[in-house]
Design a protein around this ligand. Structure first.
Ligand code: ZN
Length: 306
């Protein structure tokens, strides 16, 4: 924006004839002049990529959109707006909302749904109607951390998927513990064999409610597949202790109910040491007294991430 402004200001406006020199064209302003002065020539026809040529309307409704350049390193070329995936039987899976992706990523998504997710839905006795798109192109750092390495989302090379919706009304929430473990594992194995990055629950705090897929290129084709398919019921104790009630007695008193009555006479130094230990051990739990500060540290303010 800032860079374009001086050019726009300084450019002479050949479109506007000066008032004292009426040109013959002004007699018919509505007529679409074939050689309007000042009108930029149409850009030369771009060579279509192999991906673009292959991603036909038999496979996906994915019109090309103009390249995105910046800000910074964001953007990319050969972009499409993936609106729907066309299944082999011509039915469509709507991508909601439509996703801005590089052609190669859109093609990978279409192939994934057509080849692996259709049989999965069939085994559940239904067909897929919608792909729940949580996020596609967005210029930002990883996990929305400002200054972090540019996310693949900033290169239109990533898609966050929350669910696949079926014609029978069922929704396969990919991180939904109530969805059969077998179904979620089949999705996991499918995406991890197809995408170079898969991040889901258990990878970090940002992917508990969706699955991140991208085609990041790394040295030696290194791939990341981090998605813990949680059991329907958590089998581990909650990580955070229950909140300490305000009316609870001070920690030292609660920890040593008998300490006050005995021990004073015989082991004064022992008791003093114990008390020091107790305070030491109480420290890690201290944030429980400040739930706001604690929550701020462990929970992301926003769920969307990488
Ligand atoms: Zn993501």
């Amino acid at each position: 924006m800032d860079e374009a402004a001086p050019e726009a200001d300084g450019r002479p406006s050949p479109d506007k004839p000066s008032p004292d020199k009426p040109s013959p064209d002004t007699a018919s302003p509505d007529k679409p002049g074939p050689n309007k002065p000042g009108e930029a020539a149409p850009p030369p026809e771009k060579q279509l990529s192999a991906c673009r040529l292959a991603l036909t309307e038999e496979i996906a409704i994915a019109p090309s959109i103009p390249d995105i350049r910046g800000p910074g390193a964001c953007g990319g070329g050969d972009l499409v707006r993936l609106e729907a995936i066309v299944l082999p039987d011509k039915r469509k899976v709507a991508v909601k909302p439509a996703a801005i992706l590089r052609c190669t990523m859109a093609s990978a998504i279409a192939d994934w749904v057509r080849t692996d997710m259709v049989p999965l839905a069939t085994s559940l006795g239904s067909t897929i109607t919608d792909l729940d798109n949580f996020d596609s192109f967005e210029c930002r750092g990883r996990n929305r951390v400002v200054g972090a390495m540019l996310s693949e989302h900033g290169k239109a090379n990533a898609l966050d998927v929350r669910a696949l919706k079926l014609a029978n009304g069922q929704s396969i929430g990919l991180t939904d513990r109530t969805i059969s473990r077998d179904v979620r594992e089949r999705v996991l194995h499918s995406v991890c064999s197809r995408f170079s990055t898969v991040l889901g629950p258990g990878s970090d705090w940002y992917h508990e409610d969706h699955i991140h897929l991208d085609l990041a290129q790394r040295r030696n084709d290194y791939r990341i597949c981090q998605w813990n398919v949680w059991d329907p019921l958590p089998q581990i104790a909650p990580l955070l202790p229950a909140e300490r009630p305000e009316e609870a007695p001070p920690r030292e008193v609660a920890a040593k109910p008998e300490g006050k009555s005995e021990g004073k006479s015989e082991a004064k130094s022992e008791g003093a040491k114990d008390e020091a230990d107790d305070q030491e051990s109480a420290k890690p739990a201290a944030p429980v007294d400040k739930p706001a500060a604690h929550a701020g540290k462990s929970k992301p303010t926003t769920k969307k991430r990488r």
